[in-house]
Design a protein around this ligand. Structure first.
Ligand SMILES: NC(=O)c1ccc[n+]([C@@H]2O[C@H](COP(=O)([O-])OP(=O)(O)OC[C@H]3O[C@@H](n4cnc5c(N)ncnc54)[C@H](OP(=O)(O)O)[C@@H]3O)[C@@H](O)[C@H]2O)c1
Length: 319
């Protein structure tokens, strides 16, 4: 089978195409014939690594697991003897999490992982694009406990997390202002944003409006500028907070009593099913910018790391 390996950390050109034996599932694992993976911001951060602390978790000198890749959608083609949840032929999608390994034609994964049946209304490429930004946005939106007609400003609204957050917030009844570049206004309006604002100069111009929820998706604006837009008693979400910002946020929460949400999300099967159901019903549309063949992994990483994708980037494995 074809796999893409990163045998050292570094720039996007570290990737190599290799031929491996297909793996056999352990007792509690299924083997997936992978149709699509995705390249998310988490993927290039591990490859680079950025922040450097990634090495503590993924290997000090080189990646402990040479096959990266978190998201997937494919077909179950072998099962371990103790597997009960899935059958050969099931179409599935989800997140391999920190186990990774989805930049490959086949991989094995525990049946208890964050994956679920791919509804027939959802394509493999949509399935692969669904697990990263949507699970992140849903987890943080749940933490905000949105009430109908509450106002929410989403900064970095054209990102993977942002495009999902707009739709999930609308589902829960929020009035959404999306902050993105002018070129992405029509995209964010097409998925439900009520108001749009240009991010260029956003923080240098005076904006007196305050919001119930300030949802910073891309870690590109300071905590102090976000707090200027937060209503008293509101919630500030920092999806892409650096370690330094996390300490700052914890201090502000403690000393000023401001409700700030940050930190790693919990990926759950319940939330994956929730997103799958919204998508199946046509209430959620995952945004796909581009797809690249497996062999073009370096180009895909270069594109995603540049930081200007719209929604998600998908990897085609079966072509
Ligand atoms: N807490 C967690 O567990 C968790 C989980 C997942 C992701 N994250 C973090 O969430 C962040 C977002 O990830 P993502 O994959 O959704 O990002 P992404 O899709 O890679 O973000 C790209 C988008 O950001 C926009 N952008 C770039 N500069 C901007 C600026 N100055 N102001 C506003 N928008 C700007 C770009 O629009 P233009 O092309 O118009 O510039 C582009 O559409 C990352 O920092 C990631 O590490 C955290």
């Amino acid at each position: 089978m074809k796999v893409i390996t990163a045998r050292k950390y570094g720039t996007p050109d570290v990737f190599r195409l290799e031929n491996w034996e297909s793996p056999s599932p352990q007792k509690n694992e299924i083997r997936i014939k992978n149709h699509n993976s995705a390249v998310n911001s988490g993927d290039w951060r591990i490859r680079k690594p950025d922040p450097k602390a990634v090495r503590l978790f993924f290997g000090i000198l080189k990646p402990r697991k040479p096959v990266l890749g978190i998201s997937f959608a494919g077909v179950v083609d072998a099962i371990g003897e103790n597997v009960t949840k899935f059958q050969i032929g099931d179409k599935v999608f989800g997140s391999a999490g920190m186990q990774m390994g989805t930049y490959a034609e086949y991989f094995c994964i525990k049946e208890s992982s964050v994956m679920t049946i791919l509804p027939k209304e959802i394509s493999f490429s949509e399935g692969a694009a669904l697990s990263f930004g949507s699970l992140t946005a849903l987890d943080f939106v749940q933490k905000c406990n949105i009430q109908k007609n509450q106002t929410m400003i989403i900064y970095g609204a054209s990102s993977s997390v942002g495009t999902a957050a707009i739709q999930i917030a609308k589902h829960f009844g929020a009035v959404v202002t999306a902050v993105c570049s002018v070129g992405n206004f029509s995209l964010v309006q097409s998925i439900g944003a009520d108001y749009v604002m240009d991010y260029t100069g956003f923080h240098s111009e005076p904006h007196n409006t305050t919001y119930d929820i300030v949802f910073e998706c891309v870690g590109k604006s300071s905590i102090s500028s976000n707090l200027k837009h937060l209503k008293k008693g509101g919630v500030l979400v920092l999806v892409g907070a650096s370690f330094k910002e996390m300490f700052q946020a914890a201090w502000i929460s403690l000393t000023k009593g401001i409700n700030i949400k940050f930190g790693p999300i919990s990926e759950t099967i319940e939330n994956l099913n929730f997103i799958a159901e919204l998508t199946r019903k046509g209430e959620f549309k995952v945004v796909i910018d581009k797809s690249f063949p497996l062999e073009a992994m370096s180009a895909a990483h270069e594109y995603v790391e540049a930081g200007h994708k719209k929604g998600n980037v998908v990897i085609d494995i079966t072509n």
